[in-house]
Design a protein around this ligand. Structure first.
Ligand code: PLP
Ligand code: COI
Length: 343
């Protein structure tokens, strides 16, 4: 396996995409005989995997995604890492994997950020250090049973905006595919959900859309989520609504925006949102760690294109939520108690 570690001077911090770069350090911990190893930083980007690992055959694999933000005072924030720790363990339960101690999860994130500190994009660039914790079931198992060994690891990579154009609205489309079943693994951040979304995503991109709007797997009527982000709409009278469904990922960004929308008096609500009722919304957006907030300019459903606020400009309510969220993440404004964690 080739190793191609990068140097800080290789980067143009103002022009980063969402890509993997091999940084010097990653964290690894190993689960064996019912317990986790102490965990340590390692330099190799490759992980030896047993040929009979459940992570390879049966998708016994889960992950997380969060970011480290360089503050104006030079310090570094994590944003609500406790929520990622808790979600990883909910995913682990669903896929019958070992749970990882939540305090150790946050400590491990700090170690990875500190060890790769030269690669945290500077304050003002808008870029961040993306952190990717994940866990795989290790072999040897060939029946469909949970593994007895696991590897937990966290790598980091500097990223800019996930959707090109940042706060520029983009176009989305529904199609006939589902990413997760009702009662399936949609609530878990399981690799298999993302494998299932690759073909629909590819077809949407080929047709000129930035991503798919998944509809509920039973009726194909209610909005679930977007390829890698949750959905929100802001009604004409200023209410913040987001889908409630058992088959979508419980997004940290969504729960944060539900709280911020409350601060703004937007009467936030998690509720069923029919694809046939898009007229009630003045603005719409995608929300997630990678997506942050990305305005949804239009949704095309059964060949009909519905335009929200504008196809070229962000709406005022979306902008307001974005500004507040991002200013908390970067430590410019005080957020609710415990949302930012100093590295
Ligand atoms: N939905 C899906 C399918 C995702 O992959 C993500 C990204 O993590 C989200 C929603 C947003 O979740 P979060 O805000 O926790 O990043
Ligand atoms: C994230 O927002 O962290 C995601 O997981 C999105 C993605 C690139 C799968």
């Amino acid at each position: 396996m080739t190793s191609a570690k990068v140097k800080p001077e290789d980067f143009d911090w103002n022009d980063l995409g969402f890509a993997y770069h091999e940084l010097p350090y990653r964290y690894r911990a190993y689960y064996k005989d019912g317990k986790w190893s102490a965990g340590a930083l390692e330099t190799s980007a490759t992980i030896p995997v047993h040929e009979a690992a459940t992570g390879l055959h049966y998708g016994q694999q889960i992950f997380e995604g969060l970011k480290a933000y360089r503050r104006p005072d030079g310090g570094v924030n994590l944003f609500r890492p406790d929520m990622n720790a808790a979600r990883l363990n909910r995913s682990a339960k669903r896929l019958m994997m070992a749970e990882f101690p939540e305090e150790q999860f946050v400590e491990a994130l700090k170690q990875v950020v500190q060890a790769n500190a030269d690669f945290i994009p500077p304050y003002g660039s808008g870029a961040t250090l993306y952190l990717r914790p994940f866990m795989i079931g290790q072999g040897p198992v060939v029946g469909v049973h949970p593994a007895s060994e696991y590897v937990f690891t966290i790598f980091a990579t500097p990223v800019g905006a996930y959707y090109k154009g940042g706060l520029t609205p983009t176009a989305y489309v529904t199609n006939e595919y589902d990413r997760a079943a009702h009662g399936g693994t949609g609530q878990a951040k399981a690799g298999g959900n993302y494998a299932a979304s690759m073909l629909p995503g590819h077809e949407a991109h080929k047709a000129g859309y930035s991503d798919v709007v998944y509809l509920d797997p039973r009726l194909h009527e209610f909005i679930e989520e977007l390829g890698s982000a949750n959905f929100f709409g802001i009604t004409k009278d200023g209410q913040f609504k987001t889908p409630k469904s058992p088959s979508i990922l419980p997004s940290v960004t969504k729960y944060s925006l539900l709280a911020l929308a409350e601060e703004f008096g937007m009467q936030p609500e998690e509720t069923a949102i029919s694809i046939n009722d898009l007229d009630e919304f003045a603005e719409a957006g995608a929300m997630g760690t990678a997506a942050v907030i990305s305005p949804v300019g239009s949704i095309t459903h059964n060949g009909d294109k519905h335009v929200f606020y504008s196809e070229t400009e962000v709406g005022p309510q979306t902008q307001k939520l974005y500004d507040r969220l991002v200013s908390i993440q970067f430590g410019e404004q005080e957020g609710p108690e415990g949302w930012t964690v100093d590295v």
